[in-house]
Ligand binder design. Structure first.
Ligand code: AMP
Length: 402
């Protein structure tokens, strides 16, 4: 069975065609600048990259071009669209309208449309892409949501302390994001722990990238996570502020003479590493500046590490134990400096990193970087959100046949 995984942003569309028999990526690529100047597709197959620059007015144009690449006589991987068994869509927000990965029929499409306001920056692009796929390829479409893995959080963790009837009417609460990533790495960690004879798991998964979130996973279930109603909450990120006192909004509105919409944009785009350091939202550039003595870059780095460590403490208490920490995402997988700083001087919690293993961890594979006498396993696990989406899509499609 071949599954096409698509991940649509407001002006982008990433895709992977996966052969599920061996879970191999047949080809992949991305469309950039949809609806704006400079649109193009980069299609990668058999180690080669093909770039086509073409004006693409919308997601339908973009998806048509993806299909042209997939079926191209010279570098395509399939001879006709019928070879695609299903399309799996990454959708950021499920609201309370979906509690699992879902086959999208007309009724589900309406439900999806009813929650766009919950993720105005993300869900409309997924919807546009979904509609294009439905009109162009005749196969089942399945939505896999970033929020669903966090659906197991108890109310005491997911509710904000606003009047209960306002929560019921508005559905404003913590949802959490990066769910496919937290699910994938926690499941990999559980397999590893079982191979070491550990049948119960209390895992803290740290997805650290341009967007970052931390999740407490007890025996395979999410019990708490750092992002909130939107991906803005929790840790300091590349350009997002993370946790803020809501009363600051009114003060900022007066001080910067901004509207509420402008402040939300400011919290999403102008804050985080970029805003604190004044250097960059990119962690590598931040570290380079810090190493050259830039004090604000060092401050942003220290805030990041400090906040992650606070989550280690609070989530260990929430789970009443801890036997594994997982690092994933661009920074978590590739940044030994951050991993070492996060784990420093935490022997009292049973956390002890092996500095050599950490510094020399090979990229792209799971590595155990904990010291031999560390009670808590510290793992680096490359995430694979596309594979989770493909697996869930296959499962949903198979359940339709039953
Ligand atoms: P992601 O959003 O998961 O793609 O991660 C992007 C972030 O990972 C950026 O801030 C990058 O600077 C960071 N990153 C990528 N490679 C490295 C590396 N070798 N060391 C530290 N950070 C890295």
């Amino acid at each position: 069975m071949k599954i096409l995984v698509v991940n649509a942003g407001s002006s982008s569309l990433k895709y992977q065609l996966i052969e599920m028999d061996n879970e191999e990526v047949i080809c992949k690529g991305g469309v950039e600048c949809i609806g704006i100047e400079g649109s193009k597709i980069s299609h990668k197959v058999n180690g080669k990259e093909y770039v086509i620059e073409k004006h693409l007015a919308n997601h339908t144009d973009a998806f048509n071009l993806v299909m042209e690449c997939l079926t191209n006589k010279e570098y395509g991987s399939i001879s006709s669209p019928e070879e695609i068994s299903a399309i799996g869509h990454r959708v950021v927000h499920s609201g309370e309208a979906f509690d699992k990965s879902t086959y999208i029929d007309d009724e589900a499409l309406k439900r999806l449309e009813s929650i766009t306001h919950l993720a105005p920056l993300h869900n409309p692009a997924s919807l546009a892409c979904l509609k294009s796929c439905k009109s162009i390829v005749d196969c089942p479409n399945v939505c896999v949501f970033d929020t669903v893995f966090h659906g197991t959080m108890p109310k005491k963790a997911k509710l904000y302390a606003i009047p209960y009837e306002d929560y019921e009417a508005s559905k404003i609460r913590k949802y959490g994001f990066h769910g496919t990533s937290h699910k994938f790495v926690s499941q990999e960690a559980i397999k590893y722990l079982k191979s070491k004879g550990l049948n119960h798991s209390s895992i803290i998964t740290c997805h650290l990238g341009n967007g970052s979130s931390i999740t407490a996973v007890k025996d395979g279930k999410c019990i708490d996570t750092s992002m909130g109603m939107t991906p803005l909450d929790g840790l300091i990120m590349g350009t997002r502020c993370g946790c803020m006192d809501p009363a600051a909004v009114e003060m900022l509105a007066e001080f910067k003479n901004m509207s509420i919409k402008e402040i939300t944009q400011y919290f999403n785009k102008k804050c985080g590493f970029l805003g604190v350091s004044g250097v960059s939202s990119d962690f590598r550039k931040l570290c380079a500046a810090m190493n050259e003595g830039n004090e604000r870059a060092k401050l942003a780095f220290d805030m990041f590490v400090y906040q992650i460590r606070k989550y280690l403490g609070s989530y260990s208490v929430a789970m009443e134990g801890l036997n594994c920490i997982v690092f994933t995402g661009g920074i978590g997988e590739n940044g030994p400096v951050a991993r070492e700083a996060v784990c420093e001087n935490l022997e009292f919690m049973g956390i002890k990193i092996d500095k050599d293993l950490n510094n020399n961890a090979p990229r792209g594979e799971m590595v155990d970087i904990s010291a031999k006498d560390s009670k808590v396993k510290i793992l680096v696990i490359p995430t694979n959100e596309e594979l989770v989406i493909a697996r869930e899509t296959e499962e949903v499609v198979n359940s339709l046949k039953r």
